[in-house]
Write a protein that binds this ligand. Structure first.
Ligand code: GRF
Length: 218
């Protein structure tokens, strides 16, 4: 059976969605760079091995990246899944795992790479926002996109209400993307573009949930 390693830094709700998804893989470990990450207890309660590689214990980022690489490789995973992992990883780390390193980002990339995506979406006045699962490359939040979900931005949205609407979709698309990877459905064409060999009933690549009546009247 294939195996994955999940990296977290905090709450761990995407990690939980992955653990609940009955993926065709064993979660070999959940690793956090923060000992206080709430997701660690969640993972333990589901019987998953947890580890901490505290970035504050290392003088240089390269040392942290090397320790993290060593810890991950002990589990020999087929895929490394960044789920709210809030450290920028160095080029060497990224190259080492390239092609088997996925991330979820809370915006419709290439819009709003980096931090505070919901605040920036509100400030920009966009009417559609969302989230993206992408392969990680040395270009920050710029790797090939696997799947995206779009949500409306509603009148009266705050950063919190918008974040919650996006997060609900993150929990749908991340397990889907990981499943596609594990099933060998993600391929790179000769032009370097990502091709998703998904079954026609997979729900498509854009998830645009209909507005509920309450939201429509907002
Ligand atoms: C998510 O919004 C994810 O897209 C971003 O950080 C947040 C992590 O949330 N990278 P959680 O820890 O998965 O609950």
């Amino acid at each position: 059976m294939k195996s994955i390693v999940i990296l977290i830094s905090g709450r761990g709700s995407n990690m939980e969605a992955l653990l609940q998804a009955r993926l065709p893989a064993r979660t070999a470990a959940v690793i956090s760079n923060r000992p206080e990450a709430a997701g660690l207890a969640l993972a333990s309660s589901r019987g998953v091995t947890t580890e901490v590689v505290d970035h504050r214990a290392f003088e240089a980022r390269e040392q942290f990246d090397a320790a993290l690489t060593e810890r991950i490789e002990r589990a020999r995973p087929d895929l490394v899944v960044l789920a709210g992992f809030m450290r920028v990883l160095g080029d060497e780390f990224v190259r080492h795992f390239e092609g088997r390193l996925l991330n979820i980002h809370p915006s419709l990339l290439p819009l709003f790479p980096g931090l505070h995506t919901h605040r920036r979406a509100l400030a920009a006045g966009v009417r559609v926002h969302g989230c993206s699962v992408h392969f990680v490359t040395t270009h920050l939040d710029g790797g090939p996109i696997v799947i995206q979900a779009a949500v409306p931005v509603l009148l009266g949205d705050s950063e919190e209400t918008l974040a919650a609407r996006v997060l609900a979709q993150e929990h749908r698309i991340y397990p889907q993307a990981v499943r596609w990877f594990l099933e060998g459905r993600l391929h790179f064409g000769a032009d370097g573009r990502l091709v998703v060999d998904a079954p026609e009933d997979a729900g498509g690549f854009l998830i645009a949930p209909a507005l509920s009546q309450a939201e429509a009247n907002d």
